[in-house]
Structure formats: structure tokens, C-alpha cells
Design a protein around this ligand. Structure first.
Ligand SMILES: Cc1cc2nc3c(=O)[nH]c(=O)nc-3n(C[C@H](O)[C@H](O)[C@H](O)COP(=O)(O)O)c2cc1C
Length: 198
């Protein structure tokens, strides 16, 4: 792999690699680890689903969650994706992170199965809950409502974040661990690419 083989826009290359992974049968190619830091530098990481790639990487979550608190406080996040198919590849990004527009969250919320909407409404992510039965009771309560009931609308506390990368590293496995790594850094409206040692 060489920078000249890659799309000059690393986000388009990310989309191409994710599509190739999906076509090759990679389970859950959109699985992405997002790392954040608290203001006092406590790091944490967790998997999310990458739901869109445009000017950045978009995922959806509970705005009351610890990851959201980190992002709101620092305005930064890092993310990594990894696939084994069709070949072993990794994409790492670092960048600014911010809420997407409310309309984007509304649109995505509308595509979610009603069961997933009920679950999000019943759950205040990462808060301690006494039992699974308590959660289920909240879901069952919501299940009594018609699917278009206003109570099943997107709550303000749920929505998307966009990580707008300032670096994107594309990694591809090489023989005898002489891997290829090309790091893109934003340069004006475009990107510069440089090769990193494996
Ligand atoms: C494969 C996978 C995908 C996940 N996708 C999401 C997601 O898109 N959004 C989300 O909020 N949590 C998702 N989760 C759950 C998170 O990993 C995590 O448990 C939750 O968001 C709470 O994180 P926090 O306490 O650090 O905020 C996913 C977990 C796995 C294993």
C-alpha cells in the first residue's frame, strides 16, 4: 500500500475500506472504538456503531452518558476501526467532537426500530439500575403506547456526535509485520500524507 494507491481524502478511503469489509463478510464492519478523556485526564474507551461518514464520523448515544460528558467537556475524541476481511486493516482518527444538528438525530431516530427507541427511552445510559426487571418494566410501559405516540419521540438527551478528524491513519497488515501505515493530516482544505514506521 502506498499513499498514491489511496484516495486523497482519507474519509472516502475509510468508506471504501468499510464497504470492502462488509462485502467480504466481516461481521459488524461499522463497530468502532471511541476513546475520550475526562477533563482531569482519565481516559476511557468503548465500542459504538459508526452510523455515517461525511465531514466526520457520526455515532449516536445518550447525551447523559459518561462519554458524552467527556466530549462536551473536552471537545475531543479518538476512534479506531479494525477489520480482518478482506485483509487486516485498521483506521485511527483523532479530532474535534461535537453534537450533530438536532435534525440529524431526529432523522436517525426515525430509522430505528420502535423496540430500540423504547429501549433508549427506558435507559439512562451508564446509570446504575436496580435490576433488569426494572428496565423491562419501563420498556413494557412504553410498549402499551401506539408506535407513533409523542412519548416515543427522540428525547433531548439522545442524539449523535460527529468526530471531525484532524488526523486519520490507515494501517494495512504486511508480511513479517512490516505493516503499511499512512497518516493523513489536515492541510488547509485538503490533506497531507506521510508514511509511518510500523
Ligand atoms: C458492538 C457494540 C456497539 C455499540 N454501539 C453503541 C452505540 O452506537 N452507541 C452507544 O451509546 N453505545 C453503544 N454500545 C455500548 C457502549 O460500548 C457502552 O457500553 C455505552 O455506550 C456506555 O458508554 P459510556 O459509559 O462510556 O458512555 C455498543 C457496544 C458494543 C459492544
Amino acid at each position: 500500500m502506498d499513499a498514491t494507491d489511496l484516495d486523497p481524502d482519507p474519509l472516502r478511503q475509510l468508506q471504501a475500506w468499510m464497504a470492502a469489509a462488509r462485502d467480504a463478510g466481516q461481521p459488524l464492519p461499522e463497530a468502532m472504538c471511541v476513546a475520550t478523556s475526562s477533563p482531569d485526564a482519565e481516559p476511557s474507551a468503548r465500542m459504538v456503531l459508526l452510523r455515517g461518514v461525511d465531514s466526520g464520523l457520526v455515532f449516536f448515544t445518550d447525551y447523559g452518558s459518561p462519554k458524552a460528558a467527556d466530549i462536551e467537556a473536552t471537545g475531543r475524541a479518538a476512534a479506531v476501526l479494525h477489520w480482518m476481511l478482506p485483509v487486516q486493516r485498521q483506521v485511527r482518527v483523532t479530532g474535534a467532537a461535537a453534537r450533530v444538528a438536532a435534525i440529524e438525530s431526529d432523522r436517525y431516530w426515525a430509522t430505528r426500530p420502535v423496540g430500540s427507541r423504547r429501549s433508549a427511552l427506558a435507559s439512562h445510559q451508564s446509570e446504575v439500575v436496580a435490576s433488569r426487571a426494572e428496565l423491562q418494566a419501563r420498556v413494557d410501559e412504553l410498549a402499551r403506547l401506539p408506535d407513533d405516540d409523542p412519548a416515543l419521540a427522540r428525547p433531548d438527551r439522545w442524539g449523535g456526535f460527529r468526530i471531525t478528524p484532524d488526523t486519520v491513519e490507515l494501517w494495512e497488515a504486511g508480511a513479517f509485520r512490516l505493516h503499511d501505515r499512512i497518516r493523513f493530516r489536515r492541510a488547509g482544505a485538503g490533506w497531507t500524507a506521510e508514511r509511518l514506521s510500523p
